[in-house]
Write a protein of this length. Structure first.
Length: 89
């Protein structure tokens, strides 16, 4: 079933607020591109549901402030995995 663009934007906004998901995580769950998710929640949601837009914007700002931490954690996990593989040999 196809839904309207504004309805999709609302559903994405509600999901992001409920879970605190990033744009990338939401795109994987809804199986749409990151560009589409970003455009829906930053541009289309503003007109479809202004109150929801403000809440989503706060979650996105929080995610933006934390992204360097998540990147560091991913790099650390990658290095530990390589080290463990090297020790197995």
């Amino acid at each position: 079933m196809r839904e309207t663009v504004s309805e999709r934007a609302r559903v994405l906004g509600e999901y992001i607020i409920e879970t605190g998901a990033t744009v990338r995580a939401a795109s994987k769950v809804f199986k749409i591109s990151k560009s589409t998710v970003h455009k829906d929640i930053t541009e289309r949601l503003k007109y479809a549901s202004p109150g929801l837009y403000i809440e989503v914007k706060q979650v996105l700002e929080k995610n933006k402030q934390e992204r360097h931490i998540r990147g560091g954690m991913a790099t650390r996990a990658k290095c530990l995995k390589k080290k463990a593989e090297k020790q197995k040999k």
